[in-house]
Design a protein. Structure first.
Ligand SMILES: Cc1cc2nc3c(=O)[nH]c(=O)nc-3n(C[C@H](O)[C@H](O)[C@H](O)COP(=O)(O)OP(=O)(O)OC[C@H]3O[C@@H](n4cnc5c(N)ncnc54)[C@H](O)[C@@H]3O)c2cc1C
Length: 398
């Protein structure tokens, strides 16, 4: 029998393998990854590894130590070029092909970069190599670091750079940081947190382009006619799901791989993690989630789905959860608010920089975010898992 083939040996892919073995499948499992080394765990890359407080080798994935036990045929440096979803055949860059009995798509995402030639001193952050290259540049003593994009990665990098004693300008085209996932009021809190730590925060201004001196970046030209002098620039403007290899495969692709509520994309093909957009029955909406714990949980759900008969397939309902460390503040959020949802502070205050804020849309609570309030967020997540009704959350937290 052909093996199950998992494309992507990172968090979602290995979690799928764990669930496949946990479900009793003892057939062959091949795991392919384009990277030459097993991908590292990503959260420390913008935090401890970048700061130099964690050895790079310690940033390994949770399942890295269990590969032997999971009995996988792991092939690194092995890029999949294309898939024929009807025949379940994969073509690899080395010119060989592989037949599969089932395929797990766990290819994650690639950071967006700015148009134009690549310049020394300009960085994106996804892999261990990215983190170490950025750290080396930070240690060279730049006069200033410009961070383009105040999403979670940009905000974390800005915080880490300040903690290394560097001057930082954080540039964001939107009116507040993180407005893609958080209402403006909370984004404004994040902007103030960075200002309090000495970051020059520029909001509501786009980037016109990079300023170069030969092959080295010298600054960032902004759309309002001003510029920021910086010899290190970090581009944190989001990611693109890695789906180009699925062109013509028969697997539906939109904002990532389009899956049903059970994580199935096509017969015999499931997807999970940053690359997968699925119908989340708990929220009644389609979503693609770029979060660590989600990659583990959806990877497991997708692995089980691959083994299940269609009649036994179960949906994957989820209340996503993530954390972000910035300075001495730990932000944790359960749920999936939209930027337009109402924000209600139910405990603490923005001034104290310790609070719990719940997001409301009609009679629903779409999420709960805590700053240095872990217990509240854990409890709220449990409540949200039962129901998204607003009243029980208000009762719990008020
Ligand atoms: C710097 C950083 C910090 C983060 N911090 C947090 C945090 O604090 N909290 C949080 O909740 N989340 C955080 N995240 C998000 C979290 O780490 C990701 O959501 C998670 O790693 C996604 O895992 P994945 O397995 O879906 O994708 P990935 O980790 O991207 O893995 C995809 C793998 O697929 C491989 N691949 C791609 N295309 C092919 C192909 N054609 N053939 C073969 N292999 C291929 C890639 O090489 C890669 O190894 C952070 C992410 C980053 C980058």
């Amino acid at each position: 029998m052909s093996p199950i083939v998992v494309v992507g040996a990172s968090l979602a892919g290995l979690s799928a393998v764990d669930a496949i073995r946990g479900s009793g499948h003892d057939g062959d499992v091949v795991v392919l990854d384009a990277a030459a080394e097993l991908p590292s765990d990503r959260p420390p890359l913008s935090k401890q590894v970048l700061a130099g407080t964690m050895e790079p080798a310690a940033a390994h994935q949770p399942l890295a130590n269990r590969l032997e036990e999971l009995d996988v045929d792991l092939r690194l440096g092995c890029r999949v070029e294309s898939l024929d979803a009807t025949a379940l055949r994969l073509d690899l860059r080395d010119g060989t092909s592989l037949n599969a009995s089932g395929v797990v798509v766990a290819t994650g995402a690639t950071p967006r970069s700015l148009p134009g030639p690549s310049l020394q001193g300009v960085h994106v952050l996804r892999t261990l190599e990215d983190s170490l290259a950025l750290r080396a540049d930070l240690l060279s003593g730049p006069d200033r670091v410009a961070v383009i994009g105040a999403g979670f990665i940009g905000a974390e990098v800005a915080a880490t750079c300040r903690e290394l004693g560097l001057e930082v300008t954080l540039i964001e085209a939107a009116s507040a940081p993180m407005v893609r996932v958080l209402p403006v009021a909370v984004g404004s809190f994040v902007a103030d947190l960075h200002r309090d730590h000495g970051v020059d925060v520029r909001l509501g201004v786009g980037v016109e382009g990079l300023v170069a001196d030969g092959e080295r970046v010298r600054g960032v030209a902004l759309a309002d006619g001003t510029s920021v002098d910086a010899t290190v620039v970090v581009v944190g403007i989001g990611v693109v799901p890695d789906v180009a290899w699925l062109d013509g495969s028969g697997v539906p692709v939109g904002n990532g791989v389009t899956c049903d509520e059970t994580c199935l994309a096509a017969p015999g093909v499931v997807a999970a993690g940053d690359v997968a957009e699925w119908f989340n029955p708990h929220f009644g909406e389609r979503m693609r989630v770029e979060q660590w714990e989600h990659a583990i949980e959806q990877g497991a759900a997708a692995g089980r789905r691959l083994l299940a008969a269609d009649t036994d397939a179960v949906p994957f309902p989820s209340v996503p959860w993530f954390w972000s460390d910035q300075y001495d503040r730990k932000l944790q959020m359960a749920g999936r608010p939209a930027a337009t949802d109402e924000a209600h502070v139910l405990e603490g205050s923005f001034e104290d920089q310790r609070f719990v804020v719940a997001f409301r849309r009609g009679d629903r609570c779409t999420g709960v975010l805590g700053v240095n309030r872990p217990r509240h967020v854990v409890q709220a997540r449990m409540r949200l898992t039962e129901s998204l009704d607003w009243a029980p959350i208000e009762e719990l937290l008020a």
